[in-house]
Design a protein around this ligand. Structure first.
Ligand code: NAD
Length: 273
């Protein structure tokens, strides 16, 4: 899909990957609703875009854990720009590390990392099927294909996000709905360093596992990979090419991969002593 003249919503657009996606979309002549829990951050990103391309962005504060707020975003984009063509389900949280995450912690991770995607799809896909066109871009993570050392909430919810995106692609792909799934390893954003800053050993392990596994990319480079994949209408977006080999190794010999992950975890824990 060419994004020029299209209408996009980017959640988690106030920072990091979402902010970079919003900026790149506008550079390619799309109009963007920048949505974030942090309304000021969303406004700052939209202001930056409008300074270069007046009228190309609208900002909105919204919590994607609430269906009514997602509906409000869709209404805002429609009234400001027209029907929504692309939805970037990008907002995400690291959640609480370790097995002692509470029911509430698990709910919050599922709400933002998975159910927010389901809610948006429920609101948008029927209209897209009617129009015969629409594009859903899920920001999952390499953790959704491999794992996240230290954090079960992140590993599990990101696997679920990949599973939901696959299902959407298969179910609606023949009716004009496009679906892609972004699965990066480390990206230089606030989220990546939250574990390290949490003071919890498993949080530190979670951050180190990512920063030691490969290059930490800049959000703008990740956004370039996403826009290239949208142009190609390619499902799996891997800004770190090595993830594909890791994923193949996992599928080829699961027990060997698990032993390797335990070895990697032990080596990181040794460094942290
Ligand atoms: P970030 O912290 O820079 O941005 C995340 C944004 O999401 C923040 O602006 C935050 O306010 C917003 N947000 C959080 N909860 C929200 C909610 N309930 N409703 C609306 N907005 C909400 O982090 P980022 O790295 O840019 O994260 C974007 C996505 O990329 C996330 O889904 C994350 O899991 C994923 N990801 C990040 C990395 C990485 O290394 N940074 C790697 C793989 C995947």
């Amino acid at each position: 899909m060419k994004v020029a003249d299209k209408v996009a919503i980017v959640t988690g657009g106030g920072n990091g990957i979402g902010g970079a996606l919003a900026a790149k979309l506008a550079q390619q002549d799309a109009r963007v609703l920048v949505a974030d829990l942090d309304a000021d951050a969303a406004r700052a990103v939209a202001d930056g875009i409008n300074a270069e391309r007046p009228g190309a962005a609208i900002a909105a504060g919204a919590d994607v854990a609430d269906t009514a707020q997602i509906q409000r975003l869709i209404n805002l984009a429609e009234s400001g720009f027209g029907p929504v063509d692309l939805y970037f389900a990008n907002a995400g949280i690291t959640g609480v590390v370790g097995l002692d995450a509470t029911e509430k912690d698990w709910d919050r991770s599922f709400d933002i990392n998975v159910r927010a995607h389901i809610r948006a799809a429920q609101l948008l896909i029927p209209g897209w099927v009617e129009r015969g066109e629409g594009y859903f871009i899920s920001t999952a993570s390499a953790a959704g294909l491999l794992t996240q050392l230290g954090s079960a909430t992140y590993a599990v919810t990101k696997h679920a996000a990949v599973g939901f995106a696959e299902w959407l692609n298969i179910t609606y792909g023949d009716q004009g709905v496009r679906v892609s799934c972004l699965c990066p390893m480390g990206v230089n954003t606030k989220l990546l360093y939250e574990g390290e800053q949490s003071g919890h050993p498993l949080g530190e392990l979670a951050t180190r596992a990512v920063t030691s596994a490969g290059d930490v990319l800049e959000p703008a480079d990740v956004a370039d990979s996403v826009l290239a994949a949208i142009d190609d209408e390619r499902f799996l977006i891997l800004p770190h090419a090595a993830v594909l080999d890791m994923y193949r190794q996992k599928a080829a010999d699961y027990d060997r991969w698990l032993r390797g992950m335990r070895r990697y975890q032990r080596s990181l824990q040794g460094e942290m002593l």
